[in-house]
Design a protein around this ligand. Sequence first.
Ligand code: PEP
Ligand code: MG
Length: 591
Amino acid sequence: MSANNDTREVVIQGIGVSPGIVAGKAFLLTTDDERYVAREVEEDEIPREMARFEDALIETRRQIHDIQQKVSDAVGQDSAGIFDAHLMVVDDRAFVEEVIRELTARRRNVEVVLKDVAEKYAEALANIEDDYLRERAADVRDVARRILRNLSGKTSSQLQDLTEPCIVVANDLAPSDTATMNTEKVIGFVTDLGSHTSHTAIMARALGIPAIVGLHDVSLRVSEGDPVMIDGGKGLFFIHPTSDRLSSYNKLIESRRTIESELALLKDEPPETKDGYFVLLSANIELPSDIDSVIESGARGVGLFRSEFIYLSQDALPNEEEQFKAYEEVARRLSPHPVIIRTLDLGGDKFISHIRTLTELNPFMGWRAIRFCLAQPAIFKTQLRALLRASKHENVKLMYPMVSNVNEVLQANEILDQVRNELRREGHEFNENIDVGVMIEVPSAALTADLIAPHVDFFSIGTNDLIQYTLAVDRVNERIAYLYEPTHPAIIKLIRNTIDVAHRNGIWTGICGEMAGNPLMVPLLVGLGADELSMNPGSIPMAKDVIRNLTYSQAETLAEQTLASESATEVLDLCRSLTQKIAPEVLELVE
Ligand code: PEP
Ligand code: MG
């Protein structure tokens, strides 16, 4: 490991995904597999190692049974059957006996032996010319990881157990890590991998935690406890920052605080242009606990509730009652403002271990979102039941993610109708006329918006995915992040087309991708005709400030100019100079 052993300042440029400046001590996140120390054991210690192994096996078996039971209760026996393969690994005598034999022969601690034996089994299976057996390699690795975790005696994440404020340094963070981390202690994070619109980055912005991703090998360059500093706006990471650096940043923090407190005064002012054009500003949330920051930001409702984070933040599938409580709480607290709940969008970069999905080469183009839900009607129906029941608060709306053709909308609406009938029969109260929308985030949907519009009440453009699918740029791959250009003329044209089609069909269009919360883009999206902009709550004051300093004709002119532009850079320059002219204070906060 080439950690930074001296105390000279090191500055690394990455992709700033969540603005803000913080300094603190580094906490180096290791993966579960790395958490043990390899060591030799004395002969008289061997029985103790065997006993640890047996105990960990018993605990592992218990956990798998437990998960299986919960999955079976939620979605039926068939889906729960997949855990049989995991139980077969725990109960495989040949596997268990080989670990015990190797323990005696090699005199190493059980973690080392188990890891090696499991890897040998997994590799042998992975090389067999049979799809079914090849899949079992993943089961062996999964189970070995679980046993290792049980051997360490820690089942909760390292990020949940933090006791001191720190800046987390990791190779990568999964959205489920971010969803479960102790946000009182994590004051910032940096990762080797990732990009601006990965869900981990989105979570960081939602939580208001400064973060930088795409720092390549930062997790190898930092040592536990190193003093470090993040400038999230510029994407600069400092290891051992000098005292001069710290004091100049302290001055910057002070001047930003002054601007922020001035923007906070706009909280109750309407998001209206100088010439009276109103744009609804709403918030994106992941969990009901985000509502306080929504209310504080002055947002008028929620334009995107990423409901899958309820699934990601717990160890088993949430049942109908748990989901109902979450949706109901958000709807009640934000009433009468609209709350748009997006149905489950799992897959892509969001996975949960209690629903087994096959490893895919292109997960963002694979079994994701509405595709997954239509194939798993039991899971989908449970969510729709909870969601419809919450719609007794009439501000609740629902929308389907990643629709790529009209047929998916028809199928989803048909399932929704079945659920309506069930609830009616059971005497549940719900809004019969709930608004149903779709996310426009696949180019085929944007280009056939006219076919989809008659079947829905609104569109919400998901620019994060629309950009990755249109430009063929994986949204979480830092190596090609330079190609991920929200201002690419193709994106501007697709947004314009979608909004025009919506308006011709008498429905409204919101934008809920990260582009909507970028103050540089706000005038452009207003000029393209967006009716609503939904963003992380932290961006609301900036967006409102920009809108209140803008005239609608300035926005329209900008939109026309960008539609005639040839490159992403040209569009970005036009956007930057307008924001610089009308709201320079906002640029000071983000750049
Ligand atoms: C989007 O794709 O723009 C979007 C809002 O959804 P998500 O980021 O959750 O994929
Ligand atoms: Mg999306």
